[in-house]
Design a protein around this ligand. Sequence first.
Ligand SMILES: Cc1ncc(COP(=O)(O)O)c(C=O)c1O
Length: 387
Amino acid sequence: MLFVNQRTQNLRQGAIRAMFDRANQMTGVISMGIGEPDMATPKSVSDAGKQALEQGFTHYTPNAGMPALREAVATQSSVREIGYDPEREVIITNGGMGALSLLMAVILNPEDEVLIQDPQWLNYAAQVTYYGGVPVRVPTDAAHNFEMQPEVIERLITPRTKALMINTPNNPTGHVIGQLTLKKISEIACEKNLLVIADEVYNTLLYDGAENRSIAAFPGMKERTVVINSFSKAYAMTGWRIGYAAGPAEIIDKMTICQENFNACANAIGQYAAVYALAHPEEAEALRNVFQERRETALQELETIPGITVVRPNGAFYLFPSIQEFGLSDVEFCDRLLTEQKVVCIPGSAFGTCGAGHIRIAYTIGQDNLREAFRRLGQFCAQICSR
Ligand SMILES: Cc1ncc(COP(=O)(O)O)c(C=O)c1O
């Protein structure tokens, strides 16, 4: 470790990876721990990538991404009604994570505070810390479906607060923030001069009539919001590593310069495939329909297990039920569930202290495995109760 800097030494492997490492050493495991679609990329999208490869489109693209893809993001993606200039306000990145890390690199000064929901996907806090900022937890609770409350956000704002992260639909809870709450949050952001980072990577996966209007569309928000999105979840393209950010030109310009210096551009073949994908939203809709059916199965199965309580989340592919009735911590519960029944779920506390007493279930497996995993979960719960 002699040559590794302090900042990197402080970077830790996340709890989710550690759980996978354990599961990988076992046989017969069913994992409901994985936050990615299990199906292959739709064939037509892969074919578009294949065609690009065969035609020799294997070179660097512009640092901000292929003009055709930036244009497609501005005119065909979920932010089309906001009216982004594809040349100045859109950048194509290495997945949503690539967009987030470029953004953190260009906005954070040392000790700048970034408000982040608790519980939340872990990588935000890791990135903020790595770039010298300070992640500030916004506590939430099950009574409010883990939705950030505007008055709690307001109380946590200090002169050092630079930005607020919003992730809806949410990982780990699957919750979609209501439009009224988004409106109130947008008003606070305007009043307190905050940048809002709107991570919308799950926004094609909506159920029960949930609305996905971006916070960037509220009055006064376009100039203070950076929307992050990606093809990973919507088109089962996690391995292609294509995402994007849309936001104020000065931020996108600096992110582009960063990209030029750090990784040149996003993968070219993936960008061609992504142009096709945006022109074919029916492919994303087909994946959503698969997840909707699985969600029904998962919720029905959970309802048959006494002691587990769950709200019906209306987005993404996660459930976040409470297991508090069983008298085990969420970490013990998941550890024993893996050891005794070979099922992977992720302890809620891995996503923040407010997630304690819950587990994250990803319904990213086929119906048969899903039913078998819930049979095992039911057996595990019954055994705990009978001891
Ligand atoms: C909330 C959230 N944002 C962003 C990402 C990044 O996805 P990708 O980099 O594959 O686009 C993920 C992946 O799990 C996520 O859960």
